[in-house]
Every structure is written in structure tokens, then in C-alpha cells.
Design a protein around this ligand. Structure first.
Ligand code: G3P
Ligand code: CA
Length: 251
């Protein structure tokens, strides 16, 4: 496939490939992450759960049913069973044989300059905290990681256990004042991850003034990108990182 140059204008938002390049490849597979990298993503977003045997599994849903030919809850399945599932065919026969990845495979696959936004979906508790932090404390990993979650208590717990960890607050709510919410948590927050429809210029200004990155999700259309660019967000989470890069390079 054709490689797309990353956008390098200092004032442009970074391009964050959602579940890899989920618009063009089966979400959360190595094929999707490889494509997101080829398309010049600065960061990729992915979702994790813990399997029954305590492995970090990259998958959006808490079951295998929608995105593989397997079924069942990830937390109740042994990773050997999860690995037998085909995670590509549902998207297109050309992706047949893609597996549900382990988190470490994504870190091993992507070049080191590509950052990784790990969204923790399964907040079942201390085992996941421990397994995730143990992994992220390995050579060079904390620096390239932002952990986000809709579960902010979980993020605070992780930050307390590992102060070097960058955390990103993910939320769907239309808050009155976005940067104030982060300040209320009384811990160092790296980024805000609001829904793209819920922010305006004032929110971006306040976030930047508070030293926060602002990475809205999941914007897939040029009109949405233009709005986010005009209000000065620092990153855009998209299923089409290649198209977003081409769009940024045109303007
Ligand atoms: O991380 C941004 C976005 O992925 C959050 O929603 O449901 O796509 O994981 P969802
Ligand atoms: Ca996600």
C-alpha cells in the first residue's frame, strides 16, 4: 500500500488512528495498526481487556462476537482460545486470518516514534492495573503511552501507582467547562478526550492554557476536521488517519 506522509506543520493537530485505521481495515488488528502507521499516524488508539489467564488483549467490545468468528466474554476466555479467532474476515475476506492481538504485539509492531493511546475498557480491578503497569514499565514504553478511560477513578489509581504515566480523560458528556473538570481531579492530567461534538473554541483555549492536550474522538468527516482544526485541538482521533493527513497537507 501507498505510504502517506505525516503532517509536520507545528500548528496542526496530531493524527491519532482510531483502533488503527478502523475505516479501512478490521479494527484493533495488526493489519489495522500497520496501515495506520503507513498512513502517517502520530499516535494510534486501541482498547484493552484482560483475558481469563491475565493477558492484555486488544479488542473494543468485551466479547469476541462482533469483530471475530469466535464468541464469548474475553475475561472468561483463555488467551489460547482468543487467539484461534479470526478477527479479519468479518471486515473483508482479504483480511482473513488476522488475530486478536496481545498488547505487546502492537508495541513490537509500531515504530518507536508512534505513540500509543491505550484505552482501558475493562476496569475489573487491581489485576488489570498491575498487569498493565508491569508491561508499560518496560524499556521505553511509558514515554510513548497515554492511557485513557471513561473510568476516571481507574486513571487516578494508575497515576497514583505510576506517577510517570500520562493519563487522558475520556468522556462523552457535554461539560460546562472542560479544563476545570481536569483541575478538580487534583492530579497531573496529560490530555482531554471529549466527544468531537462537545467542544468549542473556548474549551480548547482553556485546555491549552491549563497545559492540557485535547484529543477529541472520533471525527471522520472533513467538515468535522475543519471545525476541530479551527478551534485549535492538539490531536484528532479518526478512523481514517490517511485521509486526515492528506486533508491537513492540503490546507
Ligand atoms: O478513545 C476514543 C474512543 O475510542 C472512545 O470510544 O467506544 O470508540 O472506544 P469507543
Ligand atoms: Ca476506544
Amino acid at each position: 500500500s501507498r505510504e502517506i506522509e505525516p503532517n509536520i506543520h507545528a500548528s496542526s493537530p496530531i493524527v491519532i488512528g482510531h483502533r488503527g485505521a478502523a475505516g479501512e481495515a478490521p479494527e484493533n488488528t495488526l493489519a489495522s495498526f500497520r496501515l495506520a502507521a503507513e498512513q502517517g499516524s502520530h499516535m494510534v488508539e486501541l482498547d484493552i481487556h484482560l483475558s481469563e489467564d491475565g493477558k492484555l488483549i486488544v479488542c473494543h467490545d468485551d466479547t469476541l462476537d462482533r469483530t471475530t468468528d469466535g464468541s464469548g466474554a474475553i475475561r472468561l476466555l483463555h488467551s489460547e482460545v482468543i487467539r484461534k479467532a479470526d478477527a479479519g474476515s468479518w471486515f473483508s475476506p482479504s483480511f482473513a486470518g488476522e488475530k486478536v492481538p496481545f498488547l505487546e504485539e502492537v508495541y513490537d509492531l509500531l515504530p518507536e516514534h508512534i505513540e500509543i493511546n491505550v484505552e482501558v475498557k475493562d476496569s475489573a480491578g487491581s489485576l488489570l492495573d498491575r498487569v498493565l503497569l508491569d508491561y508499560l514499565r518496560g524499556e521505553g514504553r511509558l514515554e510513548r503511552t497515554v492511557v485513557s478511560s471513561f473510568d476516571h477513578k481507574l486513571l487516578l489509581r494508575l497515576k497514583q501507582a505510576e506517577p510517570e504515566l500520562r493519563i487522558g480523560l475520556l468522556y462523552a458528556a457535554d461539560l460546562i467547562h472542560h479544563a476545570t473538570y481536569a483541575a478538580l481531579l487534583e492530579t497531573e492530567v496529560w490530555s482531554l478526550h471529549p466527544h468531537h461534538g462537545h467542544i468549542g473554541a473556548r474549551d480548547t483555549e482553556d485546555a491549552l492554557a491549563a497545559g492540557l492536550q485535547i484529543y477529541p474522538y472520533t471525527a471522520n468527516h472533513p467538515a468535522e476536521w475543519d471545525k476541530l482544526i479551527s478551534i485549535g485541538v492538539t490531536g484528532i482521533i479518526t478512523d481514517f488517519p490517511g485521509l486526515l493527513n492528506e486533508h491537513l497537507n492540503r490546507i
